[in-house]
Ligand binder design. Structure first.
Ligand code: ZN
Length: 166
C-alpha cells in the first residue's frame, strides 16, 4: 500500500452489553453460534452481543451511527431475530458507502460458559458473513462485579475498513 493510500483507511469500534436471563428456554447465541442450551442474553432480538458490537463497528467506521439508528428495537420484524441476519444487513449498508472490510476483532467478557470450544466456529461464521477475517477472543471477568456474577455479557469489537474510491 502506498503511503497516500492510508487516507483511505477507516477504523470502527463497537460495544454491546445485554443482561443475562435465568430462563432455561432463552437461547444463548454469540457470534451466530449457540453456546449454551439456555440462560441467554435478554433483548428484543436474540441479543447476540458479538454480532451487535461488530455491526456497530462497521456502521461507525463509515459514519452511519449504530444499529439503533437503523433497526428499531420496537420493530416486530426483529423480535427474537437472528442477529447474523442483522449483521449481514449492516455489511450491505457499509459496502454501499463504498467501503470494504479488511478485518475485525472482537472480545467477549463472560463468566460462563467458557467459550474456548466455540471460538473457531464463531470466527468461521463471522468471517463468512462479513467476507473478511474476523477473530474472536474471550475474557473472564474473574468473578468481579455484575459481569462476574453472570448478570450480563459484554462484547467490544474493532474493525478496519478501506475506501474503494480513489
Ligand atoms: Zn445488543
Amino acid at each position: 500500500m502506498e503511503t497516500m493510500d492510508f487516507a483511505r483507511l477507516r477504523i470502527g469500534s463497537g460495544f454491546d452489553l445485554h443482561a443475562l436471563s435465568k430462563d432455561p428456554s432463552r437461547r444463548f447465541v454469540l457470534g451466530g453460534i449457540e453456546v449454551a442450551p439456555g440462560g441467554g442474553p435478554i433483548g428484543h432480538s436474540d441479543a447476540d452481543v458479538v454480532c451487535h458490537a461488530l455491526a456497530d463497528a462497521l456502521l461507525g467506521s463509515v459514519g452511519l451511527g449504530g444499529i439503533g439508528d437503523h433497526f428499531l428495537d420496537s420493530d416486530p420484524a426483529w423480535s427474537g431475530a437472528d442477529s447474523i441476519g442483522l449483521l449481514l444487513r449492516c455489511r450491505t449498508l457499509f459496502e454501499c458507502q463504498g467501503f470494504r472490510l479488511i478485518n475485525g476483532d472482537a472480545t467477549v467478557v463472560l463468566q460462563a460458559p467458557k467459550l474456548a470450544g466455540y471460538r473457531s466456529a464463531m470466527e468461521t461464521k463471522l468471517t463468512e458473513i462479513l467476507g473478511a477475517p474476523i477473530s474472536v477472543k474471550a475474557k473472564s471477568p474473574e468473578r468481579v462485579g455484575s459481569l462476574g456474577d453472570s448478570q450480563a455479557v459484554v462484547c467490544m469489537a474493532s474493525i478496519l475498513a478501506f475506501s474503494t474510491k480513489a
